[in-house]
Ligand binder design. Structure first.
Ligand SMILES: [Zn+2]
Length: 378
């Protein structure tokens, strides 16, 4: 077989896309599953190493579960072996029990030999059981850990330079001499350690619920996606190679959805927790000014570039308009302030994540005190 690939008009911006497309076309022509895919470079740079670790931890955790389902299906249906783009498959799920299906199914998409409805019901039920077992309480753990991280960062920044905190690993973080892990294992511990207000407890419960809904939607998508791939594959009499490629793509989509959710929710909760901790340790009438911190590099979006370094005022209640009249801040933020549902043209300065894959953060500043003392801030 001879193949020629022409990739035209390549430039810095479209390079990735063009070559990926070429690789996809080549695989298709050879009826081979694509085994290369770029490592996803999405989003802005992380300010704190611990923040990145936490995000990665939860992306990997669910990624492994998805891989186990994918591999289980490949084995069960005797589909050609495919390694995935996230290198994770094969070498990274060792500590996770494999998903095994009962019985034996002989199906053949090429001859159209189908899988019966009864068999499908059984397969989906087994996937469901597997997912339920491994995803149980994921939303709780993820929210608790994000909350603890936000509060610890706030606390540690009071006594250390930011540079020092930026480099710390999750396991090195401490709050009043207690390690990250020991505080974040239950809401009860959190309440004891941080003296959570009722408002903050409620905020946590709501965040867990939102994340729980995301996870439910994700598993539903997965189940219906798997069934759709097989049903269409058999109906259209695709080759097993094509079918496994479709399956692989489906899992890739779910993986990306999950990544997006983790990124948004973890960073949103870190930031809101950071603000809550600041509030909890301030006098009731104290004006809390915060400065926006973004890592400015190629990955930074226009919005974040614009708000980087801005000083905002933290207020308790939501306002209709974020613009305020204040000597030091033009903009107010409040707990929960977000851009969800707002068109990007009208994005405001959110308290938590500005957008998915946003990694910016806050730092407390004291322009009012600085003026009294006659020094400059910012
Ligand atoms: Zn941004």
């Amino acid at each position: 077989m001879d193949f020629k690939i022409y990739v035209k008009d390549v430039n810095e911006d479209n390079r990735q896309e063009k070559f990926e497309k070429a690789a996809t076309e080549l695989s298709k022509a050879m009826d081979l599953p694509i085994t290369i895919r770029h490592r996803e470079k999405e989003g802005e740079s992380f300010l704190y190493r611990a923040q990145e670790e936490l995000v990665e931890k939860w992306i990997r955790y669910v990624g492994k579960i998805l891989d186990a389902v994918y591999l289980g299906l490949c084995r069960y249906f005797d589909l050609p072996k495919v390694t995935t783009f996230r290198k994770a498959v094969n070498d990274n799920i060792d500590d996770l029990e494999p998903l095994k299906f009962k019985g034996k199914i002989l199906f053949n998409p090429e001859t159209g030999k189908p899988i019966t409805r009864k068999q499908w019901k059984e397969i989906i039920a087994q996937i469901e059981k597997f997912l339920n077992r491994h995803l149980k309480d994921v939303e709780k753990k993820m929210i608790l850990e994000s909350e603890v991280l936000g509060r610890i960062l706030n606390r540690m920044l009071k006594y250390n330079t930011r540079e020092a905190i930026e480099a710390l690993k999750l396991e090195e973080l401490k709050y009043k001499n207690r390690k990250f892990e020991t505080i974040s294992d239950s809401i009860k511990k959190l309440r004891e350690t941080f003296n959570l207000s009722d408002f903050d407890t409620q905020r946590l419960i709501l965040a867990e619920d939102v994340l729980g809904e995301h996870i439910t939607a994700l598993t539903n998508n997965l189940k219906s996606g798997i069934k759709k791939v097989f049903t269409q594959g058999i109906r259209e009499r695709k080759s097993k190679g094509k079918l496994v490629q479709d399956l692989f793509d489906r899992f890739g989509d779910i993986n990306r959805d999950w990544r997006r959710i983790v990124e948004y929710e973890v960073n949103d909760n870190i930031n809101n927790a950071f603000l809550a901790e600041e509030k909890a340790n301030s006098a009731p009438d104290e004006k809390i000014y915060l400065q926006r911190l973004e890592v400015i590099d190629q990955g930074t979006c226009k919005h974040c570039e614009k708000i980087n370094g801005k000083i905002v005022l933290l207020v308790d209640e939501p306002l209709l308009d974020e613009k305020i009249k204040d000597k030091y801040a033009e903009i107010a933020i409040w707990p929960g302030k977000s851009n969800i549902g707002r068109p990007s043209k009208e994005w405001w300065v959110a308290a938590g994540s500005q957008h998915p894959f946003c990694r910016g953060s806050w730092e407390r500043v004291y322009p009012d005190l600085a003026e009294e003392l006659g020094v400059e801030v910012g």
